[in-house]
Design a protein around this ligand. Structure first.
Ligand SMILES: NC(=O)c1ccc[n+]([C@@H]2O[C@H](COP(=O)([O-])OP(=O)(O)OC[C@H]3O[C@@H](n4cnc5c(N)ncnc54)[C@H](O)[C@@H]3O)[C@@H](O)[C@H]2O)c1
Length: 380
Protein backbone atom coordinates (compact mmCIF):
# COMPACT_ATOMS: atom_id res chain seq x y z
CA UNK A 1 0.00 0.00 0.00
CA UNK A 2 1.36 3.41 -0.87
CA UNK A 3 0.44 6.85 0.38
CA UNK A 4 1.39 9.23 -2.41
CA UNK A 5 2.61 12.63 -1.33
CA UNK A 6 1.43 14.46 -4.45
CA UNK A 7 -1.93 15.40 -2.93
CA UNK A 8 -0.02 16.79 0.02
CA UNK A 9 2.30 18.85 -2.14
CA UNK A 10 0.51 22.12 -1.59
CA UNK A 11 0.71 21.74 2.16
CA UNK A 12 4.31 20.69 1.86
CA UNK A 13 5.21 23.75 -0.20
CA UNK A 14 3.53 26.03 2.28
CA UNK A 15 5.39 24.38 5.12
CA UNK A 16 8.70 24.77 3.29
CA UNK A 17 7.98 28.44 2.67
CA UNK A 18 7.21 28.87 6.36
CA UNK A 19 10.30 26.95 7.42
CA UNK A 20 12.46 29.13 5.14
CA UNK A 21 10.89 32.29 6.58
CA UNK A 22 11.93 31.00 9.98
CA UNK A 23 15.50 30.66 8.76
CA UNK A 24 15.59 26.89 8.26
CA UNK A 25 17.52 25.29 5.44
CA UNK A 26 15.02 23.26 3.46
CA UNK A 27 16.08 21.17 0.51
CA UNK A 28 14.15 21.21 -2.76
CA UNK A 29 15.13 17.63 -3.73
CA UNK A 30 11.71 16.25 -3.05
CA UNK A 31 10.13 18.79 -5.41
CA UNK A 32 12.32 17.40 -8.19
CA UNK A 33 11.99 13.73 -7.39
CA UNK A 34 8.58 12.96 -6.04
CA UNK A 35 9.41 9.28 -5.55
CA UNK A 36 11.95 10.15 -2.88
CA UNK A 37 9.20 11.59 -0.77
CA UNK A 38 6.62 8.87 -1.24
CA UNK A 39 5.96 7.05 1.95
CA UNK A 40 6.24 3.36 1.09
CA UNK A 41 4.69 0.96 3.50
CA UNK A 42 6.05 -2.55 3.44
CA UNK A 43 4.15 -5.73 4.25
CA UNK A 44 4.75 -5.36 7.96
CA UNK A 45 3.04 -1.99 7.82
CA UNK A 46 0.00 -3.64 6.24
CA UNK A 47 -0.21 -5.95 9.25
CA UNK A 48 0.18 -2.96 11.51
CA UNK A 49 -2.63 -1.12 9.78
CA UNK A 50 -4.90 -4.13 10.09
CA UNK A 51 -4.22 -4.51 13.76
CA UNK A 52 -4.65 -0.78 14.24
CA UNK A 53 -7.98 -0.92 12.45
CA UNK A 54 -9.13 -3.40 15.08
CA UNK A 55 -7.95 -1.05 17.76
CA UNK A 56 -9.73 1.87 16.15
CA UNK A 57 -13.07 0.29 17.02
CA UNK A 58 -12.62 2.37 20.16
CA UNK A 59 -14.89 5.43 20.11
CA UNK A 60 -11.86 7.69 20.38
CA UNK A 61 -9.66 6.79 17.47
CA UNK A 62 -6.56 8.42 16.04
CA UNK A 63 -6.54 6.50 12.78
CA UNK A 64 -4.95 8.65 10.03
CA UNK A 65 -3.88 11.22 12.59
CA UNK A 66 -0.24 12.22 12.97
CA UNK A 67 0.90 13.21 16.43
CA UNK A 68 4.18 14.82 17.44
CA UNK A 69 5.14 14.23 21.06
CA UNK A 70 8.22 16.09 22.22
CA UNK A 71 10.36 14.42 24.85
CA UNK A 72 8.60 11.08 24.40
CA UNK A 73 11.64 8.87 24.83
CA UNK A 74 10.66 8.20 28.46
CA UNK A 75 8.41 9.25 31.32
CA UNK A 76 4.99 10.64 30.50
CA UNK A 77 5.67 11.22 26.82
CA UNK A 78 6.50 7.57 26.24
CA UNK A 79 3.15 6.51 27.70
CA UNK A 80 1.34 8.96 25.43
CA UNK A 81 3.24 7.60 22.42
CA UNK A 82 2.29 4.02 23.23
CA UNK A 83 -1.36 4.84 23.78
CA UNK A 84 -1.70 7.00 20.65
CA UNK A 85 -0.09 4.27 18.54
CA UNK A 86 -2.40 1.70 20.09
CA UNK A 87 -5.34 3.76 18.84
CA UNK A 88 -4.04 4.02 15.32
CA UNK A 89 -2.06 7.28 15.30
CA UNK A 90 1.22 7.68 13.46
CA UNK A 91 3.57 8.96 16.11
CA UNK A 92 6.65 11.14 15.90
CA UNK A 93 8.67 10.17 18.96
CA UNK A 94 10.92 13.16 19.53
CA UNK A 95 13.59 13.00 22.21
CA UNK A 96 16.97 14.58 22.55
CA UNK A 97 17.96 11.80 24.93
CA UNK A 98 19.88 14.03 27.33
CA UNK A 99 20.13 14.13 31.11
CA UNK A 100 17.45 15.52 33.39
CA UNK A 101 19.45 18.76 33.47
CA UNK A 102 19.46 18.90 29.67
CA UNK A 103 23.07 17.99 28.91
CA UNK A 104 24.18 15.37 26.40
CA UNK A 105 22.14 13.57 23.78
CA UNK A 106 21.42 10.04 22.61
CA UNK A 107 19.21 8.38 20.00
CA UNK A 108 18.52 5.46 22.28
CA UNK A 109 15.49 6.77 24.18
CA UNK A 110 13.43 7.61 21.08
CA UNK A 111 14.58 4.48 19.23
CA UNK A 112 13.47 2.19 22.04
CA UNK A 113 9.98 3.71 22.12
CA UNK A 114 9.64 3.40 18.34
CA UNK A 115 10.76 -0.26 18.52
CA UNK A 116 8.21 -0.96 21.24
CA UNK A 117 5.42 0.65 19.22
CA UNK A 118 6.41 -1.24 16.08
CA UNK A 119 6.66 -4.54 17.95
CA UNK A 120 3.00 -4.07 18.89
CA UNK A 121 1.99 -3.33 15.30
CA UNK A 122 1.88 0.46 15.60
CA UNK A 123 3.43 3.14 13.41
CA UNK A 124 6.06 5.55 14.70
CA UNK A 125 9.20 7.36 13.67
CA UNK A 126 12.03 8.60 15.86
CA UNK A 127 13.36 12.14 15.87
CA UNK A 128 16.30 13.27 17.99
CA UNK A 129 16.21 17.03 17.47
CA UNK A 130 16.58 19.49 20.29
CA UNK A 131 13.29 21.40 20.48
CA UNK A 132 15.18 24.59 21.32
CA UNK A 133 17.68 24.59 18.47
CA UNK A 134 15.91 22.64 15.74
CA UNK A 135 12.13 22.59 16.10
CA UNK A 136 11.85 22.62 12.30
CA UNK A 137 13.63 19.26 12.18
CA UNK A 138 10.87 17.76 14.32
CA UNK A 139 8.13 19.01 12.04
CA UNK A 140 10.08 17.95 8.95
CA UNK A 141 10.24 14.40 10.30
CA UNK A 142 6.44 14.37 10.61
CA UNK A 143 5.93 15.73 7.10
CA UNK A 144 8.59 13.60 5.45
CA UNK A 145 7.46 10.41 7.16
CA UNK A 146 3.71 10.81 7.29
CA UNK A 147 2.82 13.83 5.14
CA UNK A 148 0.94 15.80 7.77
CA UNK A 149 0.57 16.75 11.42
CA UNK A 150 -2.66 16.92 13.40
CA UNK A 151 -1.72 16.86 17.06
CA UNK A 152 1.15 18.36 19.00
CA UNK A 153 1.98 17.41 22.57
CA UNK A 154 4.49 19.87 24.03
CA UNK A 155 5.99 17.63 26.67
CA UNK A 156 9.80 17.90 26.56
CA UNK A 157 11.28 19.22 29.75
CA UNK A 158 14.33 19.58 31.95
CA UNK A 159 14.96 20.63 35.53
CA UNK A 160 17.60 22.99 36.91
CA UNK A 161 16.39 23.48 40.45
CA UNK A 162 17.99 25.97 42.83
CA UNK A 163 16.66 28.28 45.50
CA UNK A 164 15.98 31.70 43.99
CA UNK A 165 18.87 33.38 45.81
CA UNK A 166 21.29 30.91 44.23
CA UNK A 167 19.68 30.51 40.81
CA UNK A 168 21.89 31.67 37.96
CA UNK A 169 20.54 33.48 34.93
CA UNK A 170 21.60 30.49 32.83
CA UNK A 171 19.62 28.08 34.99
CA UNK A 172 16.61 30.33 34.64
CA UNK A 173 16.91 30.81 30.89
CA UNK A 174 17.75 27.19 30.04
CA UNK A 175 14.57 25.98 31.71
CA UNK A 176 12.45 28.65 30.03
CA UNK A 177 14.07 27.77 26.71
CA UNK A 178 13.08 24.12 26.74
CA UNK A 179 9.63 24.37 28.30
CA UNK A 180 8.27 27.70 27.13
CA UNK A 181 10.31 28.84 24.13
CA UNK A 182 10.54 25.29 22.74
CA UNK A 183 6.77 24.87 22.95
CA UNK A 184 6.29 28.30 21.37
CA UNK A 185 8.61 27.53 18.44
CA UNK A 186 7.18 24.16 17.50
CA UNK A 187 3.57 25.22 18.02
CA UNK A 188 4.12 28.26 15.81
CA UNK A 189 5.56 26.05 13.08
CA UNK A 190 2.55 23.73 13.20
CA UNK A 191 0.01 26.55 13.49
CA UNK A 192 -0.36 27.49 9.76
CA UNK A 193 -0.80 23.80 8.92
CA UNK A 194 -3.51 23.46 11.56
CA UNK A 195 -5.20 26.63 10.30
CA UNK A 196 -5.17 25.44 6.71
CA UNK A 197 -6.53 21.99 7.45
CA UNK A 198 -9.06 23.40 9.95
CA UNK A 199 -7.96 20.90 12.53
CA UNK A 200 -5.32 21.02 15.20
CA UNK A 201 -4.94 19.81 18.75
CA UNK A 202 -2.26 21.05 21.12
CA UNK A 203 -1.49 20.12 24.70
CA UNK A 204 0.83 22.28 26.78
CA UNK A 205 2.43 20.55 29.73
CA UNK A 206 2.23 22.85 32.72
CA UNK A 207 2.77 21.70 36.30
CA UNK A 208 1.32 22.08 39.77
CA UNK A 209 4.61 23.91 40.50
CA UNK A 210 3.59 26.50 37.90
CA UNK A 211 0.06 26.86 39.28
CA UNK A 212 0.96 27.03 42.94
CA UNK A 213 4.73 27.66 43.10
CA UNK A 214 7.28 25.25 44.53
CA UNK A 215 10.41 25.87 46.57
CA UNK A 216 13.57 25.74 44.44
CA UNK A 217 11.72 25.90 41.13
CA UNK A 218 11.42 29.59 40.26
CA UNK A 219 12.59 28.93 36.68
CA UNK A 220 10.36 25.91 36.21
CA UNK A 221 7.29 27.55 37.79
CA UNK A 222 7.68 30.64 35.60
CA UNK A 223 7.99 28.52 32.45
CA UNK A 224 5.04 26.33 33.38
CA UNK A 225 2.66 29.19 34.13
CA UNK A 226 3.89 30.83 30.93
CA UNK A 227 2.60 27.77 29.10
CA UNK A 228 -0.81 28.28 30.68
CA UNK A 229 -0.95 31.85 29.33
CA UNK A 230 0.18 30.64 25.93
CA UNK A 231 -2.53 27.98 26.00
CA UNK A 232 -5.27 30.43 26.97
CA UNK A 233 -4.39 32.82 24.17
CA UNK A 234 -3.90 30.18 21.48
CA UNK A 235 -7.25 28.64 22.40
CA UNK A 236 -8.88 31.97 21.56
CA UNK A 237 -6.93 32.41 18.33
CA UNK A 238 -7.65 28.83 17.32
CA UNK A 239 -11.44 28.95 17.64
CA UNK A 240 -12.29 29.64 14.01
CA UNK A 241 -9.85 27.02 12.75
CA UNK A 242 -11.01 24.17 14.96
CA UNK A 243 -7.71 24.26 16.80
CA UNK A 244 -8.11 23.25 20.45
CA UNK A 245 -5.38 24.01 22.94
CA UNK A 246 -5.42 22.79 26.53
CA UNK A 247 -2.92 22.61 29.38
CA UNK A 248 -2.30 19.82 31.84
CA UNK A 249 -0.59 20.01 35.22
CA UNK A 250 0.37 16.39 35.88
CA UNK A 251 2.11 14.60 38.68
CA UNK A 252 3.51 11.15 38.00
CA UNK A 253 6.44 8.85 38.48
CA UNK A 254 9.36 9.69 36.21
CA UNK A 255 13.01 10.56 36.55
CA UNK A 256 11.82 14.11 37.23
CA UNK A 257 10.01 13.15 40.41
CA UNK A 258 12.01 10.18 41.65
CA UNK A 259 14.26 12.32 43.84
CA UNK A 260 11.37 14.44 45.13
CA UNK A 261 8.82 11.86 46.28
CA UNK A 262 9.37 8.57 48.15
CA UNK A 263 9.15 5.37 46.04
CA UNK A 264 6.01 4.05 47.78
CA UNK A 265 4.15 7.24 46.86
CA UNK A 266 5.60 7.37 43.36
CA UNK A 267 4.58 3.80 42.64
CA UNK A 268 0.98 4.92 42.99
CA UNK A 269 1.48 7.79 40.54
CA UNK A 270 2.07 5.95 37.30
CA UNK A 271 2.67 8.00 34.13
CA UNK A 272 0.25 5.86 32.13
CA UNK A 273 -2.55 7.32 34.28
CA UNK A 274 -1.98 10.75 32.71
CA UNK A 275 -2.36 9.58 29.12
CA UNK A 276 -6.17 9.08 28.95
CA UNK A 277 -6.81 12.79 29.54
CA UNK A 278 -4.21 13.80 26.95
CA UNK A 279 -5.80 11.48 24.40
CA UNK A 280 -9.27 12.80 25.14
CA UNK A 281 -8.11 16.43 24.90
CA UNK A 282 -6.71 15.82 21.43
CA UNK A 283 -9.57 13.76 20.03
CA UNK A 284 -11.98 14.84 17.29
CA UNK A 285 -14.82 15.09 19.78
CA UNK A 286 -13.25 17.28 22.44
CA UNK A 287 -15.07 20.53 23.30
CA UNK A 288 -12.60 21.84 25.82
CA UNK A 289 -10.13 24.50 24.76
CA UNK A 290 -8.13 26.95 26.83
CA UNK A 291 -8.66 24.82 29.93
CA UNK A 292 -6.22 23.66 32.57
CA UNK A 293 -6.43 20.23 34.13
CA UNK A 294 -4.62 18.90 37.17
CA UNK A 295 -4.10 15.20 36.78
CA UNK A 296 -2.46 12.58 39.00
CA UNK A 297 -3.12 9.11 40.37
CA UNK A 298 -6.55 8.91 38.78
CA UNK A 299 -7.58 12.45 39.76
CA UNK A 300 -8.71 14.58 36.84
CA UNK A 301 -9.70 18.08 37.95
CA UNK A 302 -10.19 21.27 36.00
CA UNK A 303 -8.50 24.36 37.40
CA UNK A 304 -9.98 27.81 36.76
CA UNK A 305 -9.44 31.41 37.69
CA UNK A 306 -11.68 32.79 40.39
CA UNK A 307 -12.24 36.53 40.88
CA UNK A 308 -13.65 37.66 44.22
CA UNK A 309 -16.70 39.90 44.16
CA UNK A 310 -14.09 42.51 44.97
CA UNK A 311 -14.10 46.06 46.05
CA UNK A 312 -15.35 48.92 43.91
CA UNK A 313 -13.91 52.31 44.82
CA UNK A 314 -14.40 55.66 43.19
CA UNK A 315 -11.07 56.37 41.44
CA UNK A 316 -11.15 60.05 42.48
CA UNK A 317 -8.85 61.71 45.00
CA UNK A 318 -10.41 59.81 47.89
CA UNK A 319 -8.90 56.66 46.29
CA UNK A 320 -6.11 56.18 48.85
CA UNK A 321 -4.25 53.30 50.54
CA UNK A 322 -6.39 54.02 53.62
CA UNK A 323 -9.57 53.54 51.60
CA UNK A 324 -8.34 50.11 50.48
CA UNK A 325 -7.16 49.15 53.96
CA UNK A 326 -10.57 50.05 55.30
CA UNK A 327 -12.23 47.48 53.01
CA UNK A 328 -9.46 44.92 52.66
CA UNK A 329 -11.76 42.04 53.62
CA UNK A 330 -13.97 42.71 50.58
CA UNK A 331 -11.05 42.38 48.17
CA UNK A 332 -10.28 38.88 49.38
CA UNK A 333 -13.76 37.62 50.10
CA UNK A 334 -14.62 34.69 47.90
CA UNK A 335 -18.28 34.75 48.80
CA UNK A 336 -19.88 32.27 46.38
CA UNK A 337 -22.73 34.68 45.66
CA UNK A 338 -20.41 37.30 44.15
CA UNK A 339 -17.38 35.39 42.82
CA UNK A 340 -16.85 35.03 39.08
CA UNK A 341 -14.81 32.65 36.94
CA UNK A 342 -13.37 34.86 34.21
CA UNK A 343 -12.08 33.40 30.96
CA UNK A 344 -11.39 36.68 29.20
CA UNK A 345 -10.45 40.31 29.87
CA UNK A 346 -12.96 42.20 31.98
CA UNK A 347 -15.15 44.92 30.48
CA UNK A 348 -13.12 47.76 31.96
CA UNK A 349 -15.31 50.42 30.42
CA UNK A 350 -18.23 48.97 32.35
CA UNK A 351 -16.11 48.81 35.51
CA UNK A 352 -15.21 52.49 35.17
CA UNK A 353 -18.79 53.49 34.50
CA UNK A 354 -19.70 51.75 37.74
CA UNK A 355 -16.84 53.03 39.94
CA UNK A 356 -16.96 56.61 38.72
CA UNK A 357 -20.58 56.88 39.95
CA UNK A 358 -19.70 55.81 43.48
CA UNK A 359 -19.66 58.27 46.40
CA UNK A 360 -16.40 59.45 48.04
CA UNK A 361 -14.40 56.56 49.53
CA UNK A 362 -14.42 56.21 53.28
CA UNK A 363 -10.91 56.54 54.74
CA UNK A 364 -11.80 54.40 57.78
CA UNK A 365 -10.18 54.60 61.16
CA UNK A 366 -6.91 52.72 60.48
CA UNK A 367 -4.09 55.01 59.43
CA UNK A 368 -1.13 53.85 57.34
CA UNK A 369 2.19 54.77 58.97
CA UNK A 370 3.92 57.76 57.50
CA UNK A 371 6.71 57.05 54.99
CA UNK A 372 8.71 59.98 56.34
CA UNK A 373 12.46 59.18 56.50
CA UNK A 374 12.02 56.08 54.29
CA UNK A 375 13.89 56.01 50.97
CA UNK A 376 11.90 55.22 47.88
CA UNK A 377 13.85 54.14 44.82
CA UNK A 378 12.14 54.38 41.45
CA UNK A 379 14.06 52.75 38.60
CA UNK A 380 13.48 53.84 35.05
N1 LIG B 1 6.60 13.81 36.27
C1 LIG B 1 5.88 14.73 36.85
O1 LIG B 1 5.33 14.54 37.94
C2 LIG B 1 5.61 16.03 36.19
C3 LIG B 1 4.94 17.01 36.90
C4 LIG B 1 4.64 18.21 36.28
C5 LIG B 1 5.02 18.42 34.99
N2 LIG B 1 5.71 17.45 34.32
C6 LIG B 1 6.12 17.74 32.95
O2 LIG B 1 5.84 16.64 32.13
C7 LIG B 1 6.76 16.62 31.04
C8 LIG B 1 7.38 15.25 30.95
O3 LIG B 1 8.19 15.05 32.08
P1 LIG B 1 8.58 13.61 32.66
O4 LIG B 1 8.21 13.61 34.08
O5 LIG B 1 8.07 12.53 31.79
O6 LIG B 1 10.19 13.70 32.64
P2 LIG B 1 11.24 13.00 31.68
O7 LIG B 1 12.55 13.61 32.04
O8 LIG B 1 11.13 11.53 31.76
O9 LIG B 1 10.79 13.44 30.22
C9 LIG B 1 11.21 14.61 29.59
C10 LIG B 1 11.82 14.24 28.26
O10 LIG B 1 12.10 15.42 27.53
C11 LIG B 1 13.30 15.20 26.82
N3 LIG B 1 13.93 16.49 26.51
C12 LIG B 1 14.49 17.36 27.36
N4 LIG B 1 14.95 18.42 26.72
C13 LIG B 1 14.66 18.24 25.42
C14 LIG B 1 14.87 19.02 24.26
N5 LIG B 1 15.50 20.20 24.33
N6 LIG B 1 14.44 18.56 23.07
C15 LIG B 1 13.83 17.36 23.00
N7 LIG B 1 13.60 16.56 24.06
C16 LIG B 1 14.02 17.01 25.27
C17 LIG B 1 14.16 14.39 27.78
O11 LIG B 1 15.21 13.70 27.10
C18 LIG B 1 13.13 13.48 28.42
O12 LIG B 1 13.04 12.21 27.80
C19 LIG B 1 7.76 17.74 31.34
O13 LIG B 1 7.38 18.89 30.62
C20 LIG B 1 7.60 17.97 32.81
O14 LIG B 1 7.98 19.27 33.19
C21 LIG B 1 6.03 16.27 34.89
Amino acid sequence: MMLVMSDLDDKNKELKKRLRELGAEVSDDDDEDEDDDDYDYDDDDDDAIESNQNMTDNPISFKDKVVIITGSGGGLGKQYALQYAQRGAKVVVNDLGGTLGGSGSSNKAADLVVSEIESKGGIAVANYDNIVTNPTGILQTAINSFGRVDILINNAGILKDASFAKMTQKQFEDVLDVHLNGAFKLTQLCWPIFQKQKFGRVVMTASPAGLYGNFGQANYSAAKLGLVGLCETLAKEGVKYNIKVNAIAPLAKSRMTETILPPDVLNKLLPEKIAPLVLYLTSDIVDSSGSIYEVAAGLFAQIRWERSGGLYLNPNKSFTPEAILNKLKDISSFDPSTTEYPTQLNDYNFVYSKTSMLPENSQGSIKIKSLKDKTLSLKK
